[in-house]
Design a protein around this ligand. Structure first.
Ligand SMILES: C[S@@+](CC[C@H](N)C(=O)[O-])C[C@H]1O[C@@H](n2cnc3c(N)ncnc32)[C@H](O)[C@@H]1O
Length: 223
């Protein structure tokens, strides 16, 4: 991978691994007021319920699996689960969290080539880190992983998410700061659901996408 921002992005998530979950569980510096926390948790439930209703069964591929916040759900329904991430540090936390059989793969998604055997491809909070220049290529990877009729489910940051963690740094970029003050510039794109769905139709994917009721997340699935 030659793009320096994508390298920095991988370095950022490797360094963030031990504190990543604080954001999801709204702990420490991500703590919210009781009211804001209730809205966040309602949105988390909305996505988790939608994923359950989607029935991620059969052979499931999880891209950018991270610390296992979604792997722990997918492992319950998948007959086979392959979880890919560039960061060994992150996958070590995933392995420690998730009970059940998961095949872990350390790989850079901008170079990795799956075999076309999966019933479902899932990615959480990953698409927003795919730059425009790699967008179509990423969706070709998704297509190449799926068997005919295979399905996709994604969750990501909502376009209007007010509880987000970065500082806009121009264009697709955002500045992120770790708890110890180290700073990284990464790619972060917040897609309005209609805009993303239209873009994906042009690439041959028909996904029903929407924002959660409180606007924190964009989510949905299709084929
Ligand atoms: C925002 S986190 C999402 C983690 C998990 N899916 C979740 O929702 O909690 C992004 C993940 O992408 C991984 N990542 C970053 N660049 C990558 C790359 N080029 N190839 C594969 N994974 C990458 C990071 O290590 C990190 O685990």
């Amino acid at each position: 991978m030659s793009d320096p921002f994508l390298t920095e992005q991988r370095r950022y998530y490797a360094a963030r691994a031990p504190e990543y979950d604080d954001w999801w569980f709204r702990r420490g510096r991500y703590t919210l007021s009781a009211e804001a926390r209730a809205r966040w948790e309602a949105d988390v439930r909305e996505v988790e319920d939608a994923l359950t209703a989607f029935r991620p069964e059969g052979r499931v591929l999880e891209l950018a699996a991270g610390t296992g916040l979604w792997t722990r759900h997918l492992v319950r329904t998948a007959s086979r689960l392959v979880a890919v991430d560039a960061s060994e540090e992150t996958l070590a936390l995933n392995r420690a969290r998730v009970e059940g059989e998961v095949e872990y793969v350390v790989a850079d998604l901008f170079g990795w080539r799956p075999s076309p055997e999966f019933d479902v491809c899932f990615f959480g909070f990953w698409l927003s880190h795919v730059p425009e220049a790699r967008f179509d290529e990423f969706w070709r990877l998704v297509r190449s992983a799926l068997r005919p009729g295979g399905r996709v489910f994604l969750v990501d940051s909502g376009a209007g998410d007010v509880a987000h963690t970065g500082i806009a740094a121009g264009g697709e970029r955002e500045l992120r700061r770790l708890a110890d003050g180290r700073e990284f510039e990464i790619v972060k794109r917040r897609w309005p659901p209609d805009e993303l769905a239209a873009r994906l139709r042009g690439l041959g994917f028909d996904l029903a996408l929407r924002d959660t009721a409180n606007g924190h997340f964009l989510f949905g699935g299709g084929a």
